[in-house]
Design a protein around this ligand. Structure first.
Ligand SMILES: [Zn+2]
Length: 173
């Protein structure tokens, strides 16, 4: 039996909304202007073991080709598939305006980590909230539709773009 801890959901969801996105399906959009460095929304969900995370990930990939399993650290994953977690709608971009920040909270002497989206630049009201999903260049490649200048065509971590380019050259995907 897996021990699942339900993280408290962020109350700070007034500043973003879910709307249709030109990148993919639904996206997350700013409802107000936001400053660089702002913590925008928490990516919340069940805290689960790595083993359970892999199981749920392959299950949801098989079912509908998407996954909301997020690597929290070397021990735990977060399953953000719940409807309460609207941060899951944030799309990937090769030129993102946000990044993932892990924030630590101490509760009764225990350190609890939370995943947040933090802005990399000032964001204007109505702008889509995006971040780099940080996928590996060596596993299954997912097409990117961010249409930003310099889009590499696949959702791959920024520091793996060189590796991706040589993989694409080798295999002409
Ligand atoms: Zn792209």
């Amino acid at each position: 039996m897996q021990k699942i801890i339900q993280l408290k959901c962020s109350k700070n969801i007034g500043s973003v909304e879910v709307k249709k996105s030109s990148i993919h399906n639904k996206g997350l959009f700013a409802r107000d202007d936001m400053q660089k460095g702002a913590f925008i929304i928490e990516y919340s969900g069940d805290k689960i073991s790595k083993e359970e995370g892999s199981r749920r990930e392959s299950e949801s990939l098989n079912q509908n080709g998407t996954t909301y399993i997020f690597e929290l650290d070397d021990i735990c994953d977060i399953d953000g598939s719940s409807e309460i977690n609207i941060a899951k709608y944030a799309n990937h971009s090769c030129k993102p305006n946000c990044k993932i920040s892990i924030r630590q909270q101490v509760v009764n002497g225990n350190k609890i980590k939370h995943i947040w989206l933090q802005s990399l630049s000032d964001i204007k009201k109505g702008e889509e909230i995006t971040y780099n999903y940080g996928f590996s260049s060596e596993e299954k490649l997912w097409k990117c539709n961010c249409s930003s200048s310099g889009c590499v065509g696949f959702m791959v971590a920024r520091d793996e773009w060189k590796k991706l380019k040589s993989r694409l050259k080798r295999s002409s995907i």
